[in-house]
Design a binder for this molecule. Structure first.
Ligand code: ZN
Ligand code: ZN
Length: 268
């Protein structure tokens, strides 16, 4: 079974593709199960109003399930930024609708610092210090956030090439990352392999192989694969690479979610 557990539609303000077109793209790409994970941003400094119309999303999801249900299993997902920092808002939205799957993302290091910004890479005197701060802060999210899977673990790497060139090595942050992974495992939460970075000409999916290896070695089992597609042509992109990374680390199964209940399915 091939699954893409990180896809956006026009319900996310940085995506223009209708949900039914993403469903058709998924079917064409050989995907059997998809989770639409729309952006839920609560930081008032976010440059776009990123919360989405939840009732309209649920209606469209129902319509797509009716239309494509025989060919595609569609999961109701949401990608919440910093769920620990906006815990009241997060609790409200999670309680109101029947979500299948919740991604927790750290797009903002703190209320003022977007990790795609120049400020993030330079304010601490160097990009390495920014990353140390990022993974340290991620521990709090892993401990306190309500989500199922921690999304794109080294997200700032997508934007850091102008600052770090070819010198970025995830192993420089092993101590902080292992602390995050241990907390996720203790709470039965997991990580994803996100292939969007490959489309940004980075050498690795996100996070890179060493993190997948550490997670497996530490006893982690909850793993999802996602393209983070914002375009129809990107649905399912490079998921074969993600599967190979999982298998290289020793994983035989990935995780699927239904009403936020995880089940393990064999990697094919
Ligand atoms: Zn994201
Ligand atoms: Zn996303």
């Amino acid at each position: 079974m091939h699954c893409d557990y990180h896809v956006h539609t026009e319900f996310s303000n940085d995506c223009n593709v209708p949900m039914h077109e993403q469903c058709l793209a998924a079917i064409a790409a050989g995907i059997h199960q998809i989770a639409f994970t729309e952006h839920e941003e609560n930081n008032p400094r976010e440059y776009l109003p990123f919360s989405f119309d939840h009732p309209a999303y649920m209606d469209e999801l129902s319509a797509c399930r009716t239309r494509f249900g025989a060919r595609l299993t569609i999961r109701a997902g949401i990608e919440i930024s910093e769920p620990h920092r906006y815990s009241a808002e997060t609790a409200r939205v999670l309680a109101c609708y029947p979500w299948d799957f919740v991604l927790g993302s750290m797009h903002w290091l703190d209320a003022d610092t977007n990790t795609n910004s120049r400020d993030f890479f330079t304010r601490y005197g160097g990009w390495r210090d920014g990353f140390h701060a990022y993974f340290s802060a991620m521990y709090t999210m892993a401990r306190d956030g309500d989500f199922d899977i921690l999304a794109h673990m080294d997200y700032p790497a997508r934007y850091g090439k102008p600052y770090f060139g070819d010198t970025y090595d995830i192993r420089d942050f092993e101590t902080e990352i292992r602390a995050v992974l241990a907390m996720l495992i203790a709470r039965d939460k997991g990580i994803e392999i996100n292939t969007a970075s490959l489309r940004k000409r980075l050498s690795s999916a996100c996070p890179p192989q060493p993190v997948i290896d550490w997670y497996k070695e530490m006893g982690g089992i909850r793993l999802t694969l996602g393209s983070d597609a914002h375009l129809a042509r990107d649905v399912g992109a490079d998921l074969a690479i993600a599967r190979h990374m999982a298998q290289a680390a020793g994983f035989t199964h990935i995780t699927l979610y239904d009403h936020r209940i995880p089940t393990q399915v064999k990697i094919e």
